[in-house]
Ligand binder design. Structure first.
Ligand code: PLP
Length: 391
């Protein structure tokens, strides 16, 4: 199998699994208990929190573990909405490219709490349009409660200049949240330099276990729990006995990801793109190949590829049967019929969006794999295309 769907989830690193195993077996204590078995678990959570904090250049006390990136995004919105100094500010700025865990959360605060959500337009490169950002930030000056923008796009691999966004927000005293779930492992996430208020990451996107995420919260006075009860876990910000093994695995995944060469993922992506150009060059489909949101600044793990006239769902199934795992659009949307809003936001037509495949790479892929995958993609696309049009 060649796994090129690392934006959906990643394979757990065996080193991560080894680190977790004791906490799934003999060291099963509840970290809230005071005898040695419990202390071992609470020590492990403490150490893991330090590793996650280091990964984001934060302090331990700023990291709250959650069950997912989705929950971390929700916790950021909840924390901001209920913070004392929101003072009736009623506007949330997001972009038209956000993941559903931000889009739908923002929509929830709009429908249930009367907030007004405005979406910053995007460029064809899959980044936010800064002219529109400045225009909206001026237009709603004094009313903006939160700016929430993704660092790396999960369908396109484009990277937003979050440092400029954060700086503008800081200068105006507007809280900012960055969804760094797909940026982790590809670009540095330095909340210290960013100076943002909230930032989300997720373990299973960086070769850690599923079921764990984290929210960086700059000021715990601006934090409100989503989940209540339990024994004051996570500084009282998330009730419920901790997922000790998951947290330990997440810590290790962050440590390994922090040590890994980030440029290797983009290197694999570029190799794949050039192989795709090579293998299609002498075929009837050479003019049908398009890389969406392609630019030098596309430094995320995702490569968005459109093959005009070849339906992406059919490709995903056919490639799957040949042992290559990829997505059409984003994984969360793969059971939906509608073409991706993100692809439409960068200017693709419905048909172009339906012909778009998402390939996503990780530090555990090899160059041989991506070369082989490009050949399989070409032969599969030609087979499908010819079966449509050459009967
Ligand atoms: N944010 C982005 C940009 C994502 O791509 C995803 C998942 O694909 C999430 C948030 C949600 O992360 P999780 O799967 O941990 O809930």
């Amino acid at each position: 199998m060649i796994y090129l769907d690392n934006a959906a989830t990643t394979r757990i690193d065996p080193v991560v699994l080894d680190e977790m195993m004791p906490f799934l077996t003999e060291s099963f204590g509840n970290p809230g208990t005071i005898y040695p078995l419990g202390s071992k678990a609470s020590d492990a959570v403490y150490l893991a929190r330090g590793k996650v904090a280091r990964f984001m250049n934060a302090s331990r006390s700023n990291i709250v573990f959650t069950a997912s990136g989705t929950e971390a995004n929700n916790l950021a919105f909840n924390s901001n909405y209920f913070s004392k100094n929101r003072k009736g500010k009623d506007v949330i700025l997001i972009s038209s490219l956000e993941h559903s865990s931000v889009l739908r959360t923002a929509a929830f605060y709009e429908s249930k709490f009367g907030m007004h959500v405005y979406k910053i337009a995007s460029t064809p490169n899959g980044t936010i349009d800064f002219d529109d950002f400045y225009s909206k930030i001026n237009e709603y000056d004094g009313r903006i409660s939160l700016v929430s923008i993704m660092m790396a796009n999960n369908e396109l691999g484009s990277i937003n200049n979050c440092y400029s966004i954060a700086q503008e927000c800081r200068e105006r005293g507007i809280p900012s949240h960055f969804d760094c779930v797909q940026a982790a492992g590809c670009v540095d996430i330095n909340v210290g330099t960013l100076g943002c208020d909230y930032a989300s990451i997720s373990s299973h996107k960086i070769h850690g276990p599923k079921g764990v995420g984290a929210l960086y919260i700059k000021d715990r006075n601006r934090a409100t729990a989503l989940i209540h009860g339990g024994g004051n876990q996570e500084f009282g910000l998330r009730g419920g006995t901790e997922n000790v093994a998951g947290i330990v695995g997440f810590g290790k995944a962050c440590e390994l990801s922090g040590l890994a060469d980030k440029s290797s993922i983009v290197g694999l992506k570029r190799k794949f793109a050039s192989e795709i150009n090579n293998v299609f060059k002498h075929t009837s489909l050479t003019q049908n190949i398009h890389f969406n949101a392609h630019s030098d600044m596309n430094l995320g793990k995702v490569l968005s590829l459109r093959i005009d006239g070849v339906d992406a769902e059919t490709m995903v199934l056919a490639l799957g049967a040949r042992g290559v795992c990829v997505s059409s659009g984003s994984a969360c949307r793969s059971l939906e019929q509608e073409p991706s809003e993100v692809l439409k936001a960068i200017g693709l037509s419905d048909n172009e969006a339906r012909d778009t495949l998402r390939f996503s790479f990780s530090r555990m892929n090899t160059e041989d794999e991506v070369v082989e995958a490009a050949g399989i993609v070409a032969s599969t696309a030609l087979f499908i295309y010819n079966s449509y049009y050459c009967q």
